[in-house]
Design a protein around this ligand. Structure first.
Ligand SMILES: Cc1ncc(COP(=O)(O)O)c(C=O)c1O
Length: 299
């Protein structure tokens, strides 16, 4: 996929940076901005554009095969890219029990965008990055010629693509905060920041693998890990897609205060974490904080 073909989709880049008046921050001398990556493109939203665009170029017209769960934002974005750019896409979906059942709205959108869905059992899915298992999956999906993008889209091309997010914020924020799944977006963003800036990641999954994963992603993409980022792992609410009444109430209140539709799996936990940190006085007075809005609610 050539850069002109991608440019013809008119991504809104750099994405807008909007100041937000919120007394939970301003009363502590912190200025809050929202980096509206959710406005980059209506179908390739947020970090999906930044991660997929370089992979579409690298795929050079081959079918794109990627992986995800039944509600994966990444699968939907890949399917949309296929429709917009007339590229065949194959989605390998976790859970063979879903095969033959009516598709949920997220997978139905993928199929409507032309993605061919291939369901695999959870054990095979867990081992999908092992070469022999991957080869077996590609054969079974009749997609041996495909360009493979990993689950969540976080390969070296994607991490390098996310560096531009940091570069767009150079000089505009002291701390850039972002929700993390695989950590690929944070890994790239941190590499684009100026020396006096730092990145803060809020993991939405439970587990202590992410620091090592991000260091590995940075090593592969940039030759060495960077030390200008930290994680705060207190805000996952029990793990991926888990929530509590407290988080739901917080999120609805944030939407009402600021007129921002808040994506629930990632962005809600980020915003909750930032308010909690502000209330702990974790940011020195005078800090300018940019929260990256990496997605928007579906549908
Ligand atoms: C809306 C949203 N925000 C943040 C992320 C986390 O991105 P990463 O996996 O690069 O950490 C994702 C994951 O794909 C996402 O869908």
């Amino acid at each position: 996929m050539s850069s002109p073909a991608l440019a013809a989709l008119h991504p809104r880049l750099p994405s807008p940076l909007r100041a937000v008046e919120d007394d939970r921050f301003s009363s502590r001398g912190v200025r809050l901005f929202l980096k509206r990556d959710d406005l980059i493109h209506p179908d390739l939203v947020g970090n999906k554009w930044r991660k997929l665009a370089p992979n579409l170029t690298a795929a050079a017209g081959r079918p794109i095969l990627t992986f995800g769960g039944a509600y994966s934002n990444h699968l939907r974005a890949t399917a949309a890219a296929g429709r917009l750019l007339s590229l065949p896409t194959i989605g390998v979906v976790r859970g063979d029990e879903l095969a033959g059942r009516p598709l949920n709205p997220s997978l139905a959108r993928c199929a409507a965008d032309g993605m061919r869905l291939h369901f695999i059992d959870r054990s095979t899915y867990r081992h999908k990055t092992e070469p022999a298992t991957l080869a077996r999956v590609l054969r079974a999906a009749d997609a041996e010629d495909a360009y493979v993008v990993p689950e969540g889209g976080s390969n070296t091309h994607a991490v390098r693509g996310c560096r531009a997010l940091g570069e767009e914020l150079a000089g505009l924020a002291d701390v850039v905060a972002i929700a993390c799944g695989t950590g690929g977006t944070l890994a790239g963003l941190a590499a684009g920041l100026a020396p006096d800036q730092r990145a803060l990641g809020i993991p939405v999954l439970k587990g202590d693998f992410l620091t090592a994963d991000i260091r590995t992603l940075q090593h592969r993409a940039f030759g060495a890990p960077l030390d200008n980022w930290t994680l705060d792992d207190r805000f996952h609410f029990g793990g991926y897609a888990r929530t509590t009444p407290e988080l739901d109430t917080f999120t609805e209140d944030f939407e009402n205060r600021h007129g921002l539709p808040v994506e629930r799996l990632y962005v809600a936990k980020l915003l909750y974490g930032l308010v909690a940190l502000a209330e702990e006085d974790a940011f020195p007075r005078g800090t300018t904080l940019a929260a990256v809005v990496t997605g928007r609610p579906f549908p």
